[in-house]
Design a protein around this ligand. Structure first.
Ligand code: ADP
Ligand code: ZN
Length: 811
């Protein structure tokens, strides 16, 4: 059994099953653990326990097993692979907020005899008296009624056997509302009843005729009581003419929304070929080719392939899960699924309330929806009879859980589920993860290509070059040359003139800069003092709107001082710029155009994304300035120009994936241009025009990028040629932090040499980036090898270390 307590990964505990309980693997139970009562999840049942003494399970919390055999296997695998406790690995598949549902209920025992009762204390009698009134009372409530001091009385009574305790689980399942409907009985004799009532009880008669006229056969009790009086409702209920029931309020995020209906497109040849293979995988259980990489440039019709595949899956009577990188940034994807499959979509969303989440989860478990759309955690949605799992933009790093254990990757989970239950997986991307593409070229994943944009045939032919795939034309502008030629503006001449032309044609523009705020650095002009966060080892960013300095790591706000804290000079300058500064600069050149800004500062309210999107979509603004938030799924045909103010942020980060990440982001943002019938233009400004990632974006050639990158990966023994495990240590004291790291590194080196795992590299310890975060110093060690976990499994990693298997950042 896995128990909900901190424990080493894959650690289980043995319990005995009381003879009256019928327990099988997958059952969620309450178990004693030390002095506490905790959740336990039964993984296997043995005739003879491994330990001599076992405690008894209290009781099962849910009548049927909450996890099935495949889910239990998956939890075991997560625990071993990602080195996380078994219960927390399984908890990814339990209902949201399950922990708040465990309740201890006290009841009077049968053998409550008078003789014993005589010796009871006054307060013990008080407890008994209260329990006698009710069938059972939750311990918490009882202590609230009598006072906490009654805790020991309860314990005495339990020990004497005068009262019993039992554990129950009432997980939240959504909101319910008391509703009223006409009873079956009444429906047959409605006219005569109305006639009888109309004289004696006109209010009741009015109520019945009101209900009879309603379209929906359930009406809220509180609404009816307000109009007709609660007593009328009750009177009718007594006569069996009305029924009062608890009705679940539909709380899905799509509830009440209406989507334009949408019919499947006639497929292009490339789409048709792709679907052919996917269809075989879905229909033929024995087909071993079940994992696909759908590689298609932006606008090549990948989503249409997903839609089609889902249709095939539904036709087989199965269900689907669609993963998207971030729900709020991909409203258009959800809209397309909701239009094609009205009423069939559940959406899991990090911004849902606990009750909405719970409602979606239980509805999914009960088989209410054919399709679930959600972020990485939706890979664990309890979708029955799952046949297809799609991961859109599979290269996105949001699919990796980085904050808390288990630090899983949704792609890793999807592939494991596929292995366990034979479902079909489609990984889709315009710029696949280097490792995914490597496995596709090597045949471990089936590669499907969509080589050109859908609407290529409709483009203005004069602009179309036959080798073209309908992608926008990309120009790289060397900002060093702009400076040399005396242009000190943040915009190159090429970008400015293209903006003017585009605006004159009534078309729209997206300007991208991966940095928010007004200035990146703030520095004293006299002594060079630069303003840095006190908690994090990073510079502070100036935000004009709040006239303050902000740390982008810990969010701490400080007022901009009037003078330098070091030399008291009043000349303080700002260096670098962010999205807010870009907006101000555009206004100087084009004072009358309407500009929108889309970044973390302008999207604090939950509806902000939707509002910004529709404003821009309906052309109530000409220019959209934004961070990577605008790079994701935007499909706005009237956008014909994309300008990247600086491609340099991120290019030189100390991470072997910085080139890959820059390439993905720049390709994605370029793909926002020219999605309609007019050809698009992309202008990328950079101080490093020769960087291989920038070059590959210019030629819009993924394969070219891949071929350069894979050589670096092989040379430096990085993934996909090896696997990495990162060990991160944080401490408020820098010396403690460093010495803890050296100590572990020494242990690792000694163990490696002893056990002969010479193929495993131990990199570091080195400071992580940023080297201090929210007041904590950060150091890390990286293990690299084909099986780095072999070394780690040999030693005891001390407390306080974070273990990250297959990390997506190694800075
Ligand atoms: P991607 O997901 O690769 O970016 P989409 O599936 O969004 O591409 O397709 C781009 C556009 O082309 C969308 O507006 C979509 O409705 C349209 N489209 C996709 N497939 C077809 C098709 N076979 N025929 C006509 N239009 C299509
Ligand atoms: Zn900070």
């Amino acid at each position: 059994m896995a128990v909900d307590a901190p424990a080493g990964f894959n650690r289980t505990f043995s319990y005995s099953i009381p003879s009256e309980l019928d327990i099988i693997p997958g059952h969620l139970v309450a178990v004693p653990f030390g002095a506490r009562t905790l959740f336990g999840l039964v993984f296997s049942i043995a005739e003879n326990p491994k330990v001599i003494e076992t405690k008894e399970i209290f009781n099962a919390l849910f009548p049927s097993p909450i996890l099935d055999r495949i889910q239990l296997d998956l939890a075991r695998w997560i625990s071993v692979y990602y080195m996380a406790p078994l219960f927390s690995s399984a908890s990814l598949m339990l209902p949201p907020g399950f922990r708040s549902g465990l309740k201890e209920v006290l009841t009077i025992s049968q053998n409550n005899n008078v003789v014993l009762n005589k010796n009871l204390s006054k307060s013990e009698k008080q407890v008994l008296a209260l329990l006698q009134l009710e069938d059972g009372i939750e311990r918490k409530l009882l202590l609230k009624l009598i006072g906490d001091h009654a805790g020991k009385d309860v314990q005495c009574l339990l020990n004497n056997g005068l009262i019993k305790k039992n554990y129950y689980w009432w997980p939240q399942t959504g909101k319910y509302k008391k509703s009223v409907k006409l009873s079956m009985e009444l429906q047959y004799k409605i006219n005569e009843t109305l006639e009888q009532l109309s004289k004696k009880a006109p209010k009741q008669a009015a109520l019945i005729s009101y209900l009879a006229k309603q379209r929906s056969d359930i009406v809220s009790l509180s609404k009816l009581s307000k109009t007709f009086g609660y007593s009328s409702v009750k009177a009718l209920q007594k006569k069996n003419l009305l029924e009062i029931t608890n009705v679940q309020i539909e709380e899905g995020p799509l509830a009440g929304k209406i989507f334009p209906s949408d019919n499947p497109h006639e497929l292009t040849f490339a789409q048709y070929q792709a679907i052919g293979k996917i269809k075989n995988a879905i229909n033929d259980e024995s087909d071993s080719n079940k994992i696909f990489l759908l590689h298609g440039i932006t606008g090549s019709g990948k989503t249409e392939v997903y839609l089609n595949a889902v249709q095939k899956c539904i036709k087989k009577g199965k269900r689907a899960i669609i993963l998207v990188p971030e729900i709020s940034l991909t409203p258009q994807t959800i809209e397309r699924f909701a239009s094609r499959f009205p009423g069939e979509i559940a959406v899991l969303h990090s911004k849902l309330t606990q009750s909405q989440l719970a409602h979606q989860w239980w509805s999914i478990k009960n088989g209410r929806y054919r399709i679930v759309i959600g972020p990485r955690s939706a890979v664990f949605a309890p979708q029955p009879n799952l046949g297809l799992l799609v991961i859109d933009e599979e290269h996105e790093w949001t699919y990796k859980e980085e904050e808390q254990s288990p630090r899983y990757h949704a792609r890793g989970i999807a592939l494991k589920i596929a292995e366990l239950n034979g479902l079909t997986v489609i990984l889709g991307s315009a710029t696949p993860d280097i490792s995914t593409y490597y496995h596709a070229l090597n045949g471990r994943i089936c590669l499907l290509e969509l080589p050109s944009r859908i609407n290529i045939g409709q483009k203005e032919t004069k602009q179309l070059n036959p080798l073209d795939k309908g992608l926008p034309s990309v120009t790289i502008v060397d900002m060093r040359k702009e400076l040399r030629d005396g242009n000190r503006s943040i915009f190159s001449r090429a970008l400015l003139s293209n903006m003017e032309v585009t605006l004159n044609r009534g078309e729209q523009i997206i300007i991208f800069l991966n940095r928010r705020g007004s200035a990146t650095f703030v520095q004293c002009k006299n002594c060079g003092y630069s303003f840095r966060c006190r908690n994090c080892a990073v510079g502070l960013t100036y935000h004009r709107e709040i006239d303050s300095l902000l740390c982008h790591y810990c969010n701490k706000k400080t007022l901009l001082p009037k003078e330098c804290p070091k030399c008291q000079n009043v000349n303080i300058k700002t260096i670098g710029f962010g999205t807010d500064y870009v907006v101000e600069s555009i206004k100087k050149y084009f004072p009358t155009v309407k500009i929108l800004r889309w970044d973390r500062d302008t999207t604090k309210s939950p509806k902000a994304h939707e509002i910004l999107l529709s404003t821009f979509q309906e052309h109530r603004a000409d220019i959209l300035v934004g961070t990577q938030m605008v790079a994701k799924g935007l499909d706005i045909p009237n956008v014909t120009l994309v300008g990247v103010v600086s491609a340099d942020t991120g290019l030189n980060l100390p991470d072997f994936r910085s080139g890959e990440k820059a390439f993905q982001l720049l390709s994605q943002i370029s793909g926002r241009a020219g999605r309609g019938v007019t050809m698009g233009t992309v202008i990328i400004q950079t101080f490093q025009p020769d960087h291989y990632a920038v070059n590959a974006v210019a030629s819009q050639n993924f394969l070219k990028f891949y071929e350069t990158e894979i050589v670096y990966r092989r040379e430096y023994r990085n993934p996909p040629f090896n696997r990495l495990i990162r060990l991160l240590y944080t401490n408020a004291n820098s010396i403690t932090c460093e010495s803890a790291c050296s100590a572990l590194a020494n242990i690792l080196v000694t163990e490696r040499d002893l056990s002969g795992f010479l193929g495993i590299d131990i990199l570091g310890p080195t400071p992580s980036f940023p080297s201090r975060l929210k007041g904590y110093y950060r150091w890390h060690i990286i293990l690299r090898g084909s099986k780095p976990e072999l070394l780690l499994n040999k030693i005891m990693v001390p407390r306080g270390w974070t273990i990250e298997v297959d990390p997506v950042t190694v800075m």
